[in-house]
Ligand binder design. Structure first.
Ligand SMILES: NC(=O)c1ccc[n+]([C@@H]2O[C@H](COP(=O)([O-])OP(=O)(O)OC[C@H]3O[C@@H](n4cnc5c(N)ncnc54)[C@H](O)[C@@H]3O)[C@@H](O)[C@H]2O)c1
Length: 380
């Protein structure tokens, strides 16, 4: 055991490094006996000022002398950390360049450390794939660790060590805390949290069990609170030492049902409406930590597993339940729902990703809910 409180110190050190290089990960090195390039003395929040004290000036001295950031750093008597741009110890990989410049809009997530909850399938998977394509380092956080790990393996085979599956139950505080502790050991901080994990249990208010109501509320509403709580604890100290024009983002994947009631689907709509209250309140509080908090409210993802799963999807359920009068096939049910969208189709992952990149790029907006519904929901 070392005496350094890594949960406090790692984001401070990563924030300080971001002054010298725009995208960086800090990963615990496997060889604890190696000699680090630099030892810094940062001990805690007292160094977290805007003036260039503590780790900032120590890094400044190093960069002046060597012309580059150190590749390995020890914090006081803590572990040795490798400075890189992937989610594995870069000393075990050869030729992995640090990312030293960022370009235009498509680069807003390049080299950024991202967590996507519920990232193993559905909208989450689409978001993970797109962010990796745009150069992000993505933790795929899901109850379904096998699914998250399979997606991570597939993406890493193509792109290098840029993703990692992490097990989490967003409705459980201990599990969320453990997930962020693992992320800290692998990356040293977080730039973007996409709170996407969500569940749906439809049912009449006269019939729905309180167990089902509470399950939906715990995952969709409490889960967003817990992820923001532990994510913000990392982002706030990191941002304190990072360049002052740099902010981090928390984005909840909400729903059109967070903007307009949903018949016989009150638990879900309630959890989504309530989450927008959290978004606005967290945005007000966290603005001073340079953390923006926004929501994206997609329309129905007809091509995703929730609707299109051949055994348990909503289309097959609605067909069997005779919910759409006259429908004799899944295609009939789908056509019925598509006709309710002015743009005539369901929401897709790429539509959500465009909105996500917008809210990240836009520095002058927080506490907002952005509808992505093909015109089905219009703000008043
Ligand atoms: N599918 C839609 O039509 C639609 C429309 C609007 C908004 N949304 C929202 O988008 C988000 C994703 O929905 P989807 O349809 O892609 O879902 P999905 O059911 O296809 O996938 C959800 C993922 O979350 C994971 N998950 C579930 N509970 C979890 C928990 N407690 N902790 C961690 N992970 C958990 C699941 O394992 C799964 O991988 C949700 O918040 C949902 O409310 C979906």
């Amino acid at each position: 055991m070392h005496s350094v409180d890594l949960a406090t110190v790692l984001p401070l050190l990563r924030g300080a490094l971001l002054r010298f290089i725009p995208a960086v990960t800090l990963c615990e090195a496997p060889d604890a006996t190696a000699r680090p390039d630099l030892t810094v003395k940062v001990q805690g929040e007292e160094e977290a000022s805007d003036d260039a004290g503590g780790p900032v000036s120590e890094l400044q001295d190093y960069v002046r002398e060597h012309g580059s950031v150190p590749r390995t750093i020890r914090i006081a008597d803590g572990p040795i950390l490798t400075v890189g741009s992937t989610l594995s110890d870069p000393s075990t990989r050869s030729g992995e360049p640090l990312i030293d410049s960022l370009g235009g809009r498509e680069d807003v997530v390049k080299g950024r450390v991202v967590v996507v909850t519920g990232g193993a399938q559905g909208f989450g998977e689409e978001i993970v794939r797109a962010l990796v394509g745009h150069g992000a380092r993505v933790f795929i956080a899901d109850l379904n660790l096998d699914g998250a790990a399979a997606l991570s393996d597939e993406l890493n085979a193509e792109h290098g060590a840029v993703t990692r599956g992490v097990e989490v139950d967003v409705s459980n505080e201990t599990s969320v805390a453990a997930m962020f502790a693992e992320i800290m050991r692998r990356a040293g901080g977080v730039d973007l949290l996409v709170s996407n994990a969500g569940v749906l249990k439809a049912g009449s208010v006269k019939e729905l069990s309180s167990a089902d109501f509470e399950f939906v509320t715990r995952v969709n509403y409490t889960g967003f609170f817990l992820c923001t709580k532990f994510g913000a604890r990392i982002m706030a100290p990191q941002n304190r030492l990072a360049p002052s024009d740099r902010s981090t983002d928390i984005v909840q994947i909400n729903s059109k049902s967070g903007l307009s009631g949903s018949n016989k689907n009150g638990a879900y709509a309630g959890s989504k409406f309530g989450s927008l209250g959290l978004v606005q309140s967290f945005a007000l509080e966290l603005v001073s930590d340079r953390i923006k908090v926004n929501a994206i409210c997609p329309g129905n993802f007809f091509d995703g597993p929730l609707w299109s799963d051949p055994d348990r999807g909503l289309f097959v359920q609605y067909l069997q339940a005779g919910k759409v009068p006259g429908a004799t096939s899944i295609a009939d049910v789908k056509a019925h729902y598509e006709a309710q969208v002015p743009m005539g189709r369901g929401c897709r992952g790429e539509d959500v990703v465009r909105a996500l990149l917008y809210v990240i790029e836009q520095p002058y907006e927080t506490g907002q809910a952005v509808p992505v519904t093909g015109g089905q929901i219009m703000l008043s």
